[in-house]
Design a protein around this ligand. Structure first.
Ligand SMILES: CC(C)(COP(=O)(O)OP(=O)(O)OC[C@H]1O[C@@H](n2cnc3c(N)ncnc32)[C@H](O)[C@@H]1OP(=O)(O)O)[C@@H](O)C(=O)NCCC(=O)NCCS
Length: 171
């Protein structure tokens, strides 16, 4: 994938049909917290009430069409130093470097827009090798395994904690 075709931008209501193609796909949502969207109406409400007001959620676009998302949620109060990262890419685009490119593009934007955030972190299911690889390619450090850390879609899971400090990022 030519990286000049990849961009990040805020969601728009007009993304609804493109978004249904990936956010309505269980293969994409099974490893994230989102429930699979089941109708265009649900997707529209989700864009309007959740994606647009989100502190930092961007649509990953190819030629300006939505094929995924990256979210960064900054902490507050004593947690204001850190922010959690999440992302997904439409199934048909997996394995083309898009997830990696999107996270790379996210890092400088977030460190610039949220000056107090100095640590980006991601919690990844130990079985989600593709996501671990994305983080490792971008320079995140695997800090350790959080055993039986929480429920994911009804199942108790072990998670790896990854982080990248602002001083470590080369992007
Ligand atoms: C995780 C996800 C975003 C990756 O997107 P992507 O665009 O396919 O990622 P990239 O192509 O940039 O890189 C994927 C890497 O994982 C590797 N990979 C994929 N499946 C793998 C597996 N089962 N075992 C080991 N490595 C694997 C690929 O080979 C590639 O590494 P490489 O470049 O060294 O060959 C995508 O799989 C996805 O949307 N998954 C569902 C949502 C999700 O899990 N999000 C993350 C939650 S923490």
């Amino acid at each position: 994938m030519d990286s000049s075709r990849i961009s990040l931008r805020p969601f728009k209501l007009t993304d609804v049909d493109d978004m249904m193609l990936w956010a309505g796909d269980d293969r994409v949502t099974q490893t994230i917290r989102w429930n699979t969207l089941t109708s265009k109406e649900e997707a529209l409400t989700f864009i309007k009430d959740v994606c647009i007001p989100h502190p930092w959620r961007r649509s990953i676009c190819i030629d300006d069409r939505s094929i995924g998302f990256v979210s960064v949620f900054p902490g507050s109060g004593d947690d204001r130093n850190r922010a959690d990262v999440g992302y997904a890419v439409a199934f048909e685009y997996w394995g083309q470097g898009i997830g990696t490119e999107a996270v790379k593009m996210t890092i400088p934007q977030v460190y610039s827009e949220f000056p107090e955030v100095i640590r980006l972190q991601a919690l990844v299911d130990v079985e989600n090798k593709a996501s671990q690889r994305v983080l490792e390619k971008v320079g995140f450090i695997k800090e350790g395994k959080l055993r039986k850390y929480g429920y994911h879609k009804g199942k108790l899971v072990d998670l790896f904690m990854y982080s990248l400090l602002s001083t470590e990022s080369i992007y």
